[in-house]
Design a protein. Structure first.
Length: 268
């Protein structure tokens, strides 16, 4: 199991998003991608929060510890950078179970930190906006995720949902409200499992097997309160079988382990 620690240079990424003319920075897009990889055990965001008050509620809801850094530069060095480096190295040396560090910034000043973390056998993921990310930083990380790609993936997902909405509305038109509510919940679970499999395929590549147990664990990381029974299914297996019946997913049995893998149906 991957255990991740997130360190966010908030002002850097918020300004990068603004300069790229995207809607304001959405931390949920970042977390959704990272939760495909494993558990997030530490979340810290560094900023002069008096200057970014409109983001505080969203970051609190995402369970980030907000580290207040007054906007003062000493010797030309950003205080947030220094504090973030100190905290990341402290965690590196004291918490052996944290094996992956996520640096949310495009600032090249974090390249020495990345090198030191990797020297200590930590896997480092960087996240930043493409046009405001230094090549030195992105090249130094084990993996770099551009926020621009997360925005494009979200837009594509919304377009798919919009195409499906008229069809769902037509099939539920004649149902009583109570039955429609139950059907809506069942459909919500189907949408969630399909979207999770799609995301895992993007994250891991189409050649890697997506095990059923992996999908369930990932769904629970992304939505900790998820239970099949709430959505009207007796078990996760029932949910998978319903997705298969509706030709939303394909189920393939592994002869060696007796377990099953999930994949997306072939498109025309």
């Amino acid at each position: 199991m991957t255990n991740m620690a997130l360190f966010c240079d908030f002002e850097n990424v918020a300004l990068g998003v603004r300069d790229a003319k995207y809607a304001q920075f959405d931390i949920k897009k970042v977390l959704e991608r990272l939760l495909l990889k494993g558990s997030i055990v530490v979340k810290k965001a560094y900023c002069d929060w008096d200057r970014y008050k409109e983001f505080k509620a969203t970051m609190h809801e995402a369970a980030f510890e907000l580290i207040e850094i007054p906007h003062v530069r000493q010797s030309g060095k950003n205080s947030a950078d220094i504090r973030m480096v100190v905290d990341a190295l402290d965690l590196c040396y004291t918490k052996a179970h944290v094996d992956t560090f996520v640096i949310i910034s495009g600032d090249s000043d974090f390249s020495p930190l990345v090198s030191k973390l990797r020297e200590n056998n930590k896997y480092v993921i960087g996240i930043g906006v493409k046009d405001s990310t230094a090549n030195l930083l992105s090249a130094n990380c084990d993996e770099f995720i551009f926020y621009d790609d997360l925005v494009r993936e979200q837009e594509a997902k919304q377009k798919r949902a919009e195409r499906q909405t008229p069809r769902k509305a037509a099939t539920s038109k004649v149902k009583p409200s109570a039955a429609r509510s139950e059907a809506d919940k069942r459909q919500e679970a189907l949408d969630f499992i399909v979207e999770t499999v799609e995301a895992l395929v993007v994250e891991r590549g189409s050649d890697e097997k997506i095990w059923g147990s992996m999908v369930k664990t990932t769904m629970q990381r992304r939505k900790p309160g998820f239970t099949e029974s709430y959505y009207g299914y007796r078990s996760f297996k029932d949910l998978v079988e319903e997705a298969q019946r509706q030709k939303l997913l394909m189920v393939v049995r592994d002869q060696n382990s007796g377990q099953y893998t999930l994949c997306l149906p072939a498109t025309d």
